[in-house]
Design a protein around this ligand. Structure first.
Ligand SMILES: Nc1nc2c(ncn2[C@@H]2O[C@H](COP(=O)(O)OP(=O)(O)OP(=O)(O)O)[C@@H](O)[C@H]2O)c(=O)[nH]1
Ligand SMILES: [Mg+2]
Length: 262
């Protein structure tokens, strides 16, 4: 009888990688550090007595004071470093956290949600473009060890998605391609809810009134931006995609930080 080889599930692979590493870098998105935290991953790492370092990436997309407040809060639980793989900010702080005890080799596994910037962080640390990156979520397919220096090896991994996360939350984090989602509108609603609560001026910038219900805000923005269907109805599907794409590309962050020229 032919022996059937059991296929390793995603979490079995994660556990195997954690076992072979001494440090786990958990990369979070500065725009949503709590949502991108994966307690299940941390649970495995703690169980196997590995050190965990939280790396909050894409800090160039958020207000510096907000990022620092998040860092202080997260650091009460685990060591936490703020970085921007885009600008290279925080590179030395992160390297200092990784410095091994004299003479010993360390293996560092880099984990996180799809698209949070795991491969970009490896490139920042090694100053080489060895880990391939892409705006397309789920880009890194397999694991790849990359040497940082004579003592430190970094492991790039594919993004892990905990099963209990909703599609809307993940799409908002760029984990899924908005154009491939059947209904982009709930993602835009979620984004509008967030902006209304945290940055109402952005809603006004887009031509909406933050005091109105979320679905009306999306309709008003579609109208003010001229995204209309044939009969003059607002094209909320198209406007939802535009808004979410602006969010992915950091255009909304520019409005928040006042970098926008308009
Ligand atoms: N603005 C900004 N963009 C970043 C930063 N780091 C990465 N990105 C962008 O985010 C996208 C995803 O980066 P990757 O490094 O491929 O992310 P990943 O976590 O390896 O993604 P997967 O392999 O798909 O799971 C790319 O378009 C990067 O250019 C950052 O610090 N700031
Ligand atoms: Mg990658």
């Amino acid at each position: 009888m032919a022996r059937r080889r059991r296929r390793l599930g995603a979490w079995d692979r994660v556990k195997r990688v954690i076992r072979s590493s001494s440090v786990v870098l958990e990369v979070l998105d500065a725009r949503a550090p709590d949502t991108t935290r994966c307690k299940k991953l941390e649970g495995f790492a703690r169980m196997l007595h590995k050190s965990i370092i939280l790396v909050v990436n894409k800090t160039d997309l958020v207000d510096a004071a907000d990022a620092q407040a998040d860092q202080r809060r997260l650091a009460t639980d685990l060591p936490c470093v703020l970085v921007s793989a885009k600008s290279g900010k925080g590179r030395n702080r992160l390297k200092a956290q990784l410095r091994p005890k004299a003479g010993s080799d360390i293996r560092v596994a880099v984990f996180g949600y799809p698209n949070v910037g795991k491969s970009s962080i490896i490139n920042m640390l090694t100053r080489r473009g060895k880990a391939r990156t892409s705006p397309e979520p789920g880009f890194t397919k397999g694991e790849q060890w990359i040497r940082m220096d004579e003592n430190i090896l970094l492991l790039d991994t594919p993004g892990v998605i905990p099963r209990d996360e909703s599609a809307v939350d993940l799409a908002l984090l760029g984990a899924w391609d908005i154009d491939k989602l059947r209904d982009p509108v709930p993602v835009a609603w979620k984004l509008i809810e967030h902006l209304t609560a945290e940055h109402p001026a952005v809603i006004e910038y887009y031509g909406g009134d933050p005091s109105l219900p979320t679905h009306e805000v999306l309709e008003a923005i579609a109208c003010s931006r001229g995204r209309l269907l044939r009969g003059g109805e607002p094209d909320v599907d198209e406007m939802a995609k535009i808004l979410v794409r602006d969010w992915y590309r950091g255009n909304i962050a520019k409005v928040i930080t006042g970098e926008d020229e308009d």
